[in-house]
Design a protein around this ligand. Structure first.
Ligand SMILES: [Zn+2]
Length: 324
């Protein structure tokens, strides 16, 4: 699907086979002397064919094209390795470039997850799940250019300002075009689903970062939000309010549960699990989903702990959260 969102700025819906999000939005600005494409999709033959076909329809010559990647998640970055040979240029925030360069970041993450009360079986499957999702080999020699907060990328009358929006990932970055009132926002703000917020290590407070980033987004007063998944939408403040309330409700549920009885992150995750009849057959995908669920719960527990509402202790290597 190809939709002209604003003059010479197109939304390309790229399929994500066997992925719950179904598709990722790439945005293309057709310009001289160079075009700009924002985000790609997971590395699959279907996604690659779709993206190349749509770019060809727009007469986009890849050797004259810059790519901006909002964040290092496989469903946004994934197709980049396929395009390296075409002479593209890739812009990302410094934090996301570091994550990409540091090799398999999930190894440290899985090691940390051992303290969450995770089952041995799920732990074993996790590494496979991550490896299957992130198939990028840094030795491919990808040249990336770091962009910083406030940097400007100009294409065909558009002047995009880089806005750091940590939360969904530590170095997530949006592009704000003040004159046209556009905000290209990757997975920072989505119309149909709540972007997941997870911990990455024993440091940081990603949910607090996300709330701060959402407040910054509202202050920018975008007229149109161009998300990484789903349709372009208006009224960012209303969506931010919905998402904030949703997180606060879940945080309150977890606070009530651990205040009553101390528990591991895995146990706390079960308290906010939504009822579903959907059964995930694939062993690795299931392990990945379970991991995400607990990683998200950890973001709430961290947020509550940093707010001094609960406390964390370690019993035989496992984290236990309880009343303060
Ligand atoms: Zn993402």
């Amino acid at each position: 699907m190809l939709e002209e969102v604003a003059r010479h700025l197109y939304r390309i819906e790229v399929p994500l086979p066997r992925h719950p999000m179904k598709s990722t939005n790439s945005y293309a600005v057709v310009a001289q002397p160079r075009n700009l494409v924002i985000d790609t999709a997971t590395r699959t033959p279907e996604g690659l064919a779709c993206l190349l076909n749509r770019l060809a329809e727009l007469d986009i010559d890849l050797s004259r094209t810059d790519f901006f990647i909002t964040h290092y998640h496989s469903d946004h970055f994934g197709l980049i390795p396929e395009l390296i040979g075409h002479g593209i240029r890739v812009f990302m925030s410094g934090t996301e470039i570091d994550r990409l360069r540091s090799g398999p970041f999930w190894e440290a993450l899985i090691a940390y997850a051992q303290s969450w009360g995770y089952s041995a079986e799920d732990s074993q499957n996790l590494d496979h799940a991550f490896r299957g999702t992130y198939r990028f080999d840094p030795s491919l020699g990808l040249e990336t250019t770091e962009v910083r907060e406030g940097d400007t990328l100009s294409y065909d009358g558009y002047s995009f300002s880089c806005v750091l929006t940590p939360g969904h990932t530590p170095g997530h970055m949006c592009l704000h075009e003040p004159e046209h009132g556009l905000l290209v926002c990757g997975d920072h703000l989505l119309p149909n689903v709540v972007p997941f917020i997870q911990v990455w290590s024993d440091a940081g407070n990603p949910l607090k970062d996300h709330f701060d980033s959402l407040a910054r987004t509202v202050a920018l007063q975008p007229k149109q939000v161009l998300p990484g998944h789903g349709r372009v939408f208006r009224n960012a403040p209303a969506r931010v309010e919905q998402i904030t309330r949703w997180h606060q409700k879940r945080a309150e549920k977890i606070l009530a549960a651990v205040s009553k009885e101390p528990m591991t992150p895995v146990k706390a995750a079960a308290r906010i699990r939504s009822k579903t009849t959907h059964v995930i057959e694939d062993l690795f995908v299931r392990a990945f989903h379970r991991f995400i669920e607990v990683a998200e719960t950890m973001a709430y527990l961290r947020y509550l702990e940093r707010d001094n509402l609960i406390q964390q202790s370690v019993v035989s290597g496992t984290l236990i959260f309880g009343a303060k």
